[in-house]
Ligand binder design. Sequence first.
Ligand SMILES: N[C@@H](CCC(=O)N[C@@H](CS)C(=O)NCC(=O)O)C(=O)O
Length: 220
Amino acid sequence: MPRDSTSYVLYYSPGAASMAVHWMLIELGVSFESQLIDIDAGRQHDPAYLRLNPAGRVPTLMVDGTPRHESVALLILLAERHPEAALAPEPGSVDRAAWLEMMVYLANTILPAMRDWFYAGSDGDPAGAEAVRALACRRLDAAWDKLDAHLGESHDYLIGDKLSTADFMAVMLMRWTRNMPRPALGWPNLARYIRQLRARPSFTELNAREGLTEWRNEEA
Ligand SMILES: N[C@@H](CCC(=O)N[C@@H](CS)C(=O)NCC(=O)O)C(=O)O
């Protein structure tokens, strides 16, 4: 039986790391509340929000009244709580190891490089920000090379030729490259993959709910 999904409240900022979780909640078709935390306006530092997320970051997902954090962990948790949606390979299945490997790669290789690219000047010494950003770019280019080769010309999804949590995370991260020196759309297999994932009605709904107009198939 599906769980009582009204126990979810997503704290999000448009286009931020909350986007993958928001997308998955929509794709799952569960009901949930959403609360805007505008990070451009600094709302992540409001005392009320810091009580839910002391790091002052989005996303936070309230699950049965408890604040939970970390986008990749939240995707895994949602897959576990909604097995009927089959958005993660079952434990012991052929694709499980590849899925775990991909989720960890997205979380501990691509996401930190993205953080360095966007926050080098505020997380670290602004005087060294340019070098940090250059390294982040090199790391991200290598990651896109890897994922482009992984998809090849014939795979539409990252794992097991079916939609999984890895795709919500990967497409969100690829979206963040749109104004970078080498946007992910410049890799041929990534471009095909992105266009195919962006065509999902849930992605259109996600953009509408977050008020986002950039980086949609209609404008490509
Ligand atoms: N590892 C965290 C990263 C969260 C994160 O860095 N979120 C950014 C937005 S993409 C944020 O909240 N930035 C606001 C700030 O750092 O002040 C996750 O995956 O949830």
